[in-house]
Design a protein around this ligand. Structure first.
Ligand code: NA7
Length: 534
């Protein structure tokens, strides 16, 4: 029995994983209360409604697989769908499965406390309301807490400042405006290529150049998407076993066994795919061997340079500080051509950082750029940001925020020692933080959690938590795999380097989605060995 504010499970988030978690737990017969800070479902696709936002996964694998009816009813209109369509998909799912009624929207979790005596979590919202449940499932997102650099004088600026992940729902009219974009990661690239032709002036402030791969998007007209339907059974199975949760795998022919011409031919073939296959479907050795990585990097640099007319601009846009694929590879369509336009200017803010905002714009190297709008595409406090802002206290009052400010640890990215019955979808140290087609990994993690809760309930148990030894084992394994790669050498959000003072560790497990699934399944098959169950 439960009173009005007492439930079997509390779920945070109304994005891909949150909606699915609510669905799964409800179908198991649990009473579920869910929350989202937004006033609608959509998660990432709700918040990131900036111009040009687009899915970088191919739509035929960017799907929920749990309902044949849903699979039969939904057709994507493009190979790489734009944000409005991704958001529409999630609304469609929420309506179809009547998920909205479980949510309180426009509500943030202010505190969450575990009570050992009752074996329950108490969640307090920002409105001061309290809810209790034995199971607390966070689907709050791994890229949901925007990073806003503390630029001096920003309060004196009279124009509009907007972070891409907090883009106003009503939009911003950029036509004919003088616009600045700070940041050239995957997001900045999408914004820049989209608005370049529409604005009067575009000033791009770049600190680090990217290895962006040319996306080959296409529209599915006249029901062409439906061709994928006959492949769904194979796709559904395949994505669960590949390295990255996409429908392609790394090449099986070793780099060393090929001649220079054969390597080039393979790289050209991958390039022609126009997808993330160039990154996580290419030569696996380029993640671990600096020499091979440099050769692949040189290939991509050559492709980039060929598209830019001004040699100085080309040099600035050519990445050199790190190797291809050691940081999220963005896809682009007309990004490099944007810099051939007369109204677009690139400024290097690595050599001379942004000094400050003024009333009219911002200052770099003593020059004032007058701007009507400044777009911050400056990224996120990834992996941990959403969880550390919820003020979560586990057994003996231990604070997750405090724990992760010293050392970012978890078991399989799914649970944390000291926090019974807390489940973290897309938590740090799982592949879902970066190396995964998100729909694949999020469904796998939600399925694991749902099975775990079902098992507890069917065996008359009430709580589960990884032991310290189990957590050590996972962190050790995670580090061993990570440290064998070149990724740990690159400064980016992947390693926490983009947030001052954040402990360094590769946030995402890089042992492969298929391997990870197997490890997770083995834990369940073993009756949760290494977990304290009571
Ligand atoms: P990213 O990839 O973290 O990119 C943020 C960008 O903002 C990057 O170019 C940063 O340069 C730049 N940045 C951050 N702070 C500053 C300051 N203070 N001055 C100048 N430039 C700055 O975030 P995205 O949103 O593009 O992408 C995140 C993920 O979302 C992406 O990987 C996809 O998975 C979807 P830096 O590289 O730090 O030199």
């Amino acid at each position: 029995m439960h009173s009005d504010r007492s439930f079997d499970a509390i779920v945070i988030g109304a994005g891909i994983s949150g909606l699915y978690a609510v669905y799964r737990l409800r179908e198991m017969g649990l009473s579920v209360q869910a929350f989202d800070a937004a006033d609608e479902v959509g998660g990432t696709w709700y918040w990131n409604c900036y111009p040009g936002a687009r899915v970088d996964s191919e739509s035929h694998v960017y799907q929920y697989w749990f309902s044949d009816e849903l699979l039969n009813e939904w057709d994507w209109s493009e190979r790489f769908p734009a944000q409005p369509e991704a958001e529409h998909y999630l609304r469609f799912v929420a309506d179809k499965f009547s998920l909205r009624k479980h949510y309180k929207f426009a509500t943030r979790v202010a505190h969450a406390d575990w009570d050992e005596a009752s074996g329950c979590w108490t969640i307090e919202t920002d409105a001061g309301e309290r809810y209790t449940a034995p199971y607390f499932v966070s689907c709050a997102g791994m890229l949901s807490t925007p990073k806003v650099p503390p630029f001096a004088g920003h309060e004196s600026y009279r124009g509009i400042i907007a972070h891409t992940a907090r883009w106003p729902r009503e939009g911003i009219d950029l036509k004919g405006k003088r616009v600045g974009v700070v940041g050239t990661g995957a997001t900045g690239i999408q914004v820049i290529q989209t608005i370049a032709a529409e604005v009067a002036e575009l000033k791009v402030f770049q600190r680090t150049a990217q290895y962006a791969v040319a996306m080959k998007n296409r529209r599915y007209t006249d029901g062409a998407f439906a061709q994928w339907r006959q492949h769904y059974p194979q796709l559904k199975d395949k994505v669960q076993h590949t390295f990255s949760g996409h429908a392609f795998e790394f090449l099986t022919t070793p780099w060393q066994s090929l001649t220079a011409e054969q390597r080039r031919a393979e790289l050209e073939r991958l390039w022609a795919e126009g997808s993330l296959a160039m990154w996580v479907g290419g030569f696996q050795e380029s993640f671990v061997d600096a020499d091979i990585n440099e050769q692949v990097s040189a290939f991509v640099r050559e492709k980039i340079r060929a598209r830019i007319t001004d040699p100085e601009v080309a040099e600035l846009l050519t990445p050199r500080a790190y190797g291809f694929g050691t940081y999220r590879v963005p896809l682009e369509t007309t990004y490099y051509e944007a810099f051939n336009r007369d109204n677009v200017e690139l400024t290097d803010v690595r050599r001379t950082p942004i000094e400050r905002f003024t009333e009219k714009g911002l200052v770099v190297d003593g020059r004032e750029f007058e701007l009507d709008v400044v777009i911050l595409a400056t990224g996120f406090d990834a992996g941990t940001g959403a969880l550390t802002r919820m003020d979560i206290h586990g057994r003996d009052g231990i604070s997750l925020t405090e724990l992760w400010s010293r050392d970012i640890r978890s078991t399989l990215g799914l649970q944390v020692h000291g926090f019974p019955n807390l489940f973290t979808v897309a938590g740090p140290l799982a592949p879902s933080t970066a190396f995964c087609n998100m729909t694949t990994c999020l469904q796998q993690q939600v399925d694991w959690i749902a099975s775990c809760i079902a098992w507890l309930r069917s065996t008359g148990k009430h709580r589960i938590e990884p032991t310290a030894a189990k957590e050590d084992e996972w962190v050790r394994h995670h580090d061993e795999v990570a440290n064998a790669t070149l990724l740990v050498k690159t400064e980016s959000w992947y390693t926490g380097a983009n947030i001052e003072g954040k402990p360094r560790r590769l946030l995402s497990y890089i042992g492969g989605v298929g391997n990870y699934r197997q490890i997770c399944d083995e834990v369940q098959a073993s009756g949760y060995q290494g977990f304290a169950v009571a």
